[in-house]
Design a binder for this molecule. Sequence first.
Ligand code: UDP
Length: 356
Amino acid sequence: MRIVTVIGNRPQFVKAAAVSRPLRERHEELIVHTGQHYDDELSRIFFEELGVPAPARELHIGDGSPTSQTARMLAALEPQLDELAPDMVLVYGDTNSTLAGALAGAQRHVPVAHVEAGMRSFDRRMPEELNRVLTDHASDLLLCSTETAVQNLEREHVGGRVELVGDAMADVTLAFAPIAEQRSTALADNGVEPGGYHVVTAHRAGNVDDPQRLERLVELLEALPLTAVFPVHPRTRARLETAGLMERLGGVRMTPPLGYLDFLTLARHARTVLTDSGGVQKEAYLLGTPCVTLRDTTEWVETVDSGWNVLVDLDVGAALAAAERPAPSGPRPELYGGGQAGRRIADALDAYTGGP
Ligand code: UDP
């Protein structure tokens, strides 16, 4: 069978790294890269480091509002799907590329499989939440990372087939953590020691596009007790520059977005990870690093229930208290499938279509 995978941004490249290999053992897979993320730091390095196969097509869509980006992607995907004539379209996560891929596939009457289906924050102000809900209802095969996601889809009475497969990103974290440990020099490069720094990431529109909330993020960075290593997403850098807030961050160890191996190594040895990223919350859990989430909701509720993650929104006092809390004692339960999601996704696709 011919599968067209539509991806376009950083977390999707990571997830594809877990799935493309098992898929290609049994099927023809063609990657269409929408170009939602196009910089070397957010795109190329992930293909290289994680061995994601080169895209068959690149759409070069670039920046824009969710509406204009999604519209341009749809227009660009239609002739690609006509030409490539896939038997299935595969999409990941919750971005504009996800929704555009799912909608273009569904409108062409090609079965659509959605990896990381059923995640919900129940906050419709997040552009990602709208993408998740719409993608799930346009998809035929809904591949869930967690039991919570399965339950969310049951409550919404989605039309497609729902399967619990585990989390593709977790496969990559578990596989690459030991490799990162051997290869990365990120701690020395940033002048930090294990346990002696915090890692911070922030790029959600709800945090960085609102000037008051962006300033609260800066106040938090200024107040953190240990060195903050802050790989700055291009969106966040642009907002900080526009708001004239860069000069307040002189005490922060700011870097460009990091490659996966360097980021994993820094997250693994940090005292705490502070983030508004979905993937990073999960990775902190898998790496055994306490996490502080700079949002008031999360899709990864198990990390909070297990005590490894605390939601503080952008409350600076709450964030500081959470950043200094001790790591929970006792074993961490296996929440995300133990590194088997890629193979299970390939199996689920075979079962859906009646065989390899
Ligand atoms: N990541 C990275 N370098 C960085 C920051 C994050 O490689 O400087 C990785 C991180 O390990 C995770 C993914 O990017 O695998 C998360 O992407 P992002 O936060 O952009 O998206 P989200 O998960 O919030 O959708």
